[in-house]
Design a protein around this ligand. Structure first.
Ligand code: AMP
Length: 652
């Protein structure tokens, strides 16, 4: 049996949990895995009964009578905002800080659990006055201000599903998402701070709302105080309506399987997919993974530096941490403004103990240079995490040494919008990590690597990553499109096997290594090679900050490998370095993997969540018209890359 994807790079550095960390870790015995392996239903049921505050305890665990339409805890009743707020306040924990918020221009807010509960109730009452009812959908399109999680929790309190649309999306993307879900209210801000500039969010909303007749009201937070267009009757100010609303609002009794939120992710077609999550299973996944993976203790100051517009923000800024009564940090801006030191200033200012970010940010920190760390005291940190992409081993090492001071375990967490919570990750008090590997499936998660036929590949082999067993925080469907849900995730290997769309391999120790989306696998002369491995090899060279590999059409080999390389600041680019880098890949991976083309660029096309959009690089390499670039963070980047490529190809 041949591997569906060849595994090439080998990594032998190992990092066992530091003894002191392991000694007091929340999970320090493998019993959690065994318990889950023996009986995953009983495992989840026990945690659900113990950890969730129910209005009515469920007697059912998993209904798997109609795969892939699974139900969890289907006769249970609860409210997730009650679980995140009221129960902590009732238990005497109302004075604990829920959120330390820092605005981009520098102002601060400190919000306790009791204050957050009151604000959520006010917002829920205001939304109800605007006509929002149980079962409705509410769109949220804001910058990273406290009113964003407040609006999410207020929807949950009323039993309305929220659909958060990342504040960096254009009006047309917002309109598509509002229309698909027929949202009735839109919550937004006058503007959002982005690198010292005001992004006119309200104005953008108006462009969208013109196309969305279902929207009856727009609720607007005053943040940047720019002038905004106003439609009387439809538009209302937060500081007028929410501020004057009563601070108590009974939480709705929701069914475990009632929809909590929709979150749109881009698919292979232009139409985004409305990933649909329900209440109890999602809460359980968020709460338990947050506690286990981040080793959360009562005195932690936990900072997930994602945006609430992504699933990471939903699960690991809002629901998981609040359900666990954690003190969190929320920052409005981006890591590079006003300088690349910003994150480290924040760590120092709040005494952050657990920090969670994306590999794209880590590579950007490396590129910007270590001078931004000078004079910063990062000694409060005890645990680091990453999510969003495979982390290149050298970026991992930099994170470990420079940010973690060599003492903090790193949890590389693999999961998706669809999975709702972390699926593959080290448990920091237990797992020996290897730079670049997400290590092992979480307790209760049946991850496997299969070939084209769905047969599991032997240890050490590569193929398609699947999940063979349902889990509580799994997506339930795509909003309004059960067929697409089945076709996208449950068709390739059977109705009871979830196909992740990712390639992966295991190593001889059984660690999982993520190899990127299978659509990105490159086929060179019969070898199926992952883009991730080529990129990691390049990032391992001292001159390289970031790299993207793609397969471009080649008349003889079928495909040739083409790489785009960003060098570290101050490195001299040219033919000598090019030859050295090509040889570096050939030596590390094999001659067949030597790229046929290497282009130096100043940037890479990234989606708004920081993932490289390889499709556009393929257009550049093959000299085609550039495809749709509307979901890029900065759509001018591709043209710049194309110009840089043309210049280099021209003189070669
Ligand atoms: P999203 O749903 O936008 O969060 O993207 C999910 C995808 O991001 C996954 O299918 C992976 O391709 C990638 N991803 C997320 N976390 C990791 C990780 N720790 N290692 C490798 N890839 C990751």
């Amino acid at each position: 049996m041949s591997d569906a994807i060849e595994a090439l790079l080998e990594e032998n550095r190992r990092f066992p949990p530091p003894a002191a960390f392991a000694a007091s870790a929340r999970v320090s015995s493998p019993a959690l895995y065994t318990e889950a392996d023996e009986d995953f239903r009983g495992f989840w049921q026990r945690h659900a009964l113990r950890e969730i505050s129910w209005f009515r305890e469920p007697t059912e665990v998993l209904d798997d009578s109609n795969p892939p339409f699974y139900k969890w805890f289907a006769d249970g009743e609860l409210n997730i905002s009650y679980n995140c707020l009221d129960r902590h306040v009732e238990a005497g924990g109302g004075d604990k800080v829920a959120l330390h918020w820092l605005g981009e221009p520098g102002e601060e807010r400190r919000i306790t659990y009791a204050e957050l509960l009151a604000e959520v109730c006010r917002c829920a009452n205001a939304l109800r006055d605007l006509g929002v009812r149980r079962g409705d959908r509410v769109a949220i399109y804001m910058g990273m201000v406290p009113e964003l999680p407040i609006a999410m929790l207020a929807c949950a309190r009323l039993g309305a599903a929220h659909s958060v649309v990342f504040g960096g999306f254009a009006a047309s993307a917002l309109a598509d998402r509002i229309q698909d879900a027929a949202c009735t209210v839109l919550v937004t801000c006058d503007g959002a701070w982005r690198r010292g500039q005001v992004i006119p969010l309200k104005e953008m909303c108006d462009g969208a709302v013109d196309l969305c007749p279902t929207i009856k009201h727009v609720l607007v937070v005053r943040r940047t105080e720019n002038d905004v267009p106003w439609t009387p009757g439809r538009d209302v100010w937060w500081h007028e309506t929410v501020a004057s609303a009563p601070a108590d609002c009974a939480p709705e009794r929701m069914n475990a399987e009632d929809v909590l939120f929709l979150l749109y992710t881009s698919g292979t077609t232009a139409k985004p997919k409305g990933i649909c999550h329900t209440t109890a299973g999602y809460l359980l996944g968020a709460m338990m993974t947050h506690r286990w993976v981040f080793d959360i203790r009562p005195d932690d100051v936990y900072w997930c530096a994602a945006d609430c517009g992504w699933v990471t923000g939903h699960t690991y800024i809002v629901y998981g941490p609040l359900a666990n009564h954690t003190t969190g940090v929320m920052y409005e801006g981006t890591p590079e403004y006003p300088s690349w030191s910003r994150h480290w200033e924040i760590v120092e200012r709040y005494g952050v103990t657990v920090y969670y970010t994306a590999p794209t940010a880590i590579r950007a920190f490396v590129k910007a240079g270590d001078q931004h760390l000078e004079g910063r005291n990062l000694s409060s940190l005890r645990l680091l995490g990453t999510v969003g992409e495979p982390i290149n081993p050298e970026a991992w090492m930099w994170y470990h040494e420079r940010i973690g001071g060599g003492r903090c375990p790193i949890v590389d967490t693999w999961w998706q919008t669809e999975t709702g919570s972390i699926m593959i990750s080290p448990l920091p008090g237990l797992t020996t990590t290897k730079p670049g590997s997400a290590t092992h499936p979480m307790p209760g998660v049946a991850a496997a690597i299969v070939d084209e036929q769905g047969v599991e590949v032997a240890r050490g082999g590569g193929g398609y990553l699947v999940l063979k067993q349902p889990w509580p925080s799994m997506l339930r469907t795509l909003w309004g499109d059960d067929d697409r849900f089945v076709q996208t995730y449950w068709n390739r290997f059977g109705r009871d096997v979830y196909f992740t769309g990712d390639g992966a391999k295991t190593d001889d120790d059984g660690n999982f290594w993520l190899l990127g989306r299978v659509d990105d696998v490159i086929n060179v002369a019969g070898h199926r090679i992952s883009t991730t491995e080529i990129e990691s090899s390049l990032v391992g060279h001292a001159a390289v900050a970031e790299a993207a590999a793609i397969g471009a059409h080649d008349p003889i080999k079928g495909e040739q490998i083409c790489v785009f390389v960003i060098t570290k600041d101050g490195v001299e680019q040219g033919d000598e370095l090019r030859a050295e880098l090509l040889q570096h890949v050939a030596t590390q991976i094999g001659r067949f993997a030597r790229p046929g083309m290497l282009l130096f660029t100043s940037d890479l096309p990234k989606t708004r969540s920081g993932k490289i959009m390889r499709r556009l690089l393929k257009d550049v390499a093959e000299g085609r018209e550039l495809g749709d670039a509307t979901t890029l963070r900065d759509s001018t980047v591709v043209q710049t890359i194309k110009d840089q490529a043309d210049r280099q190809l021209g003189h070669r």
